[in-house]
Design a protein around this ligand. Structure first.
Ligand SMILES: Cc1cc2nc3c(=O)[nH]c(=O)nc-3n(C[C@H](O)[C@H](O)[C@H](O)COP(=O)(O)OP(=O)(O)OC[C@H]3O[C@@H](n4cnc5c(N)ncnc54)[C@H](O)[C@@H]3O)c2cc1C
Ligand code: SF4
Ligand code: SF4
Ligand code: SF4
Length: 374
């Protein structure tokens, strides 16, 4: 929730971004008010390191600049080239580029979002949309009434495939988590604790603990939440891992509180969700937006444009490509629908989306260390 002086924001992002946002909102008594008021989650099986992907393609004589669109489907990474050629590599080969943190991720469909959007489950040129909250359902229905999107019932076979893949991710990655825990590489975010225990556990944790508990053990999703909440502005997150560029005052633990890969209490992420392939939801449909050149049905872009046109939030965070580094994702915050439309399409690399909030969305944290949850 936002205070009166702060602009409200819609975040579009991967499930780990959505979890980070939910966590920051839950601990707003400690971190300060979160500006994110609407969460548009994407489906996500895995993500890639931009530099490793670039290198992998180079070994196959392809430059990032040659590529018009990436897709990950049917067990392959596909690159559609500007000259009309198509390159495909089995995911077993492309695995060398995958981010280690994705192997311990159990959320395929952005279970904590207001609306989730993905390709699996719907025909080519359509997106699958899951409405999870009343706010999400209302936006979906109104966007259709106002002509931004059209929807139809999802086919049974599509829903079955979606559930199968979501279950596969939960099952396989749960095994990886167990494996890591057994060799003393903790996966803290999957431990079962409640809010009271959370406050106790994190009370004396600082960036050095974030580094050892999350970054050094291959759990960091590169979301930028630590950078955003740091009141001392001493976290840097450029291309790769977050780093500390100063000294932490003794009482501060905000980066550790906000990070989606330190502890997640059951009040943030209910463990019931482990047993539900797609999490909790109200409605699932197939949808498309005519006139949007999106990754699938262009629905994410159309919904964001509807949200801006209707002033549901003042701004949105989207992930565009850098001009000088092809396919390198770059998060931007904007209130302009043209910029949202330009940012359509999937960039298969991690983007520290919360970084863009730093300059003009202060959280006003509670630093007096008497930390309680609202
Ligand atoms: C890393 C990644 C993995 C994915 N894996 C799957 C999958 O396994 N199965 C599946 O069904 N769908 C997956 N998706 C979602 C899918 O690729 C489409 O984004 C989704 O179907 C929406 O399509 P659209 O045409 O409606 O969206 P569009 O209208 O094209 O809009 C896409 C939106 O995604 C945002 N975006 C692009 N790249 C990123 C990024 N790296 N991080 C955060 N936001 C980004 C853009 O800001 C844009 O607003 C994945 C997306 C990402 C980013
Ligand atoms: S951790 Fe990886 S697989 Fe999980 S949501 Fe984030 S990018 Fe996707
Ligand atoms: S000052 Fe606080 S938020 Fe910043 S790095 Fe140190 S512990 Fe983390
Ligand atoms: S360490 Fe920072 S960038 Fe990495 S997951 Fe945690 S908050 Fe996000």
């Amino acid at each position: 929730m936002t205070d009166n002086n702060q602009k409200s924001v819609t975040l579009v992002g991967t499930p780990c971004h959505i979890i980070a946002s939910e966590k920051m909102e839950h601990y707003s008594n400690i971190l300060g008010d979160s500006p994110v008021d609407f969460k548009l989650g994407l489906f996500c099986m895995e993500n890639f390191s931009h530099s490793y992907l670039k290198e992998f393609l180079k070994q196959n004589n392809i430059e990032m600049n040659d590529i018009n669109q990436f897709r990950v489907e049917k067990g392959h990474l596909w690159a559609y080239l500007k000259n009309g050629d198509v390159f495909k590599a089995p995911l077993s080969q492309a695995k060398v580029c995958m981010r280690k943190n994705c192997q311990v991720c159990m959320d395929y469909t952005s279970e904590l979002a207001d609306l989730s959007v993905g390709s699996v489950g719907s025909a080519p040129g359509w997106s699958t949309v899951i409405a999870r909250t009343e706010k999400g359902l209302k936006a979906l229905n109104k966007a259709e009434t106002k002509g931004y999107i059209k929807t139809k019932a999802i086919e049974e076979s599509g829903l079955a495939l979606l559930e199968k893949l979501a279950n596969k991710k939960k099952t396989e990655n749960r095994e990886e988590i167990k494996k890591r825990e057994s060799v003393a590489r903790p996966v803290l975010y999957r431990r079962y604790i409640n809010d009271e225990e959370f406050i106790e556990e994190v009370s004396s944790c600082q960036f050095k603990d974030l580094k050892s508990d999350v970054v050094d053990v291959g759990s960091c999703v590169l979301c930028g939440a630590c950078y955003y909440v740091c009141p001392e502005n001493i976290v840097s997150i450029e291309d790769r891992k977050p780093q500390l560029k100063g000294t932490c005052p003794p009482e501060c633990n905000l980066c550790y509180v906000a990070c989606p890969r330190t502890y997640l209490s059951q009040e943030v992420l209910s463990r019931d969700l482990d047993q539900k392939a797609l999490g909790n939801y109200i409605k699932i449909v197939s949808a498309r937006a005519d006139g949007v050149d999106g990754q699938d049905g262009g629905v994410a872009t159309a919904l964001l444009n509807y949200i801006l046109d209707e002033n549901i939030t003042d701004e949105v965070i989207v992930v565009d490509k850098m001009d000088d580094n092809p396919w390198k994702p770059e998060a931007i915050i904007t209130s302009k629908t043209e910029e949202v439309t330009n940012a359509a399409g999937t960039k298969y690399s991690a983007a520290p989306v919360f970084k863009v909030l730093k300059s003009n969305h202060k959280m006003n944290p509670n630093t007096d260390s008497k930390k309680e949850v609202s």
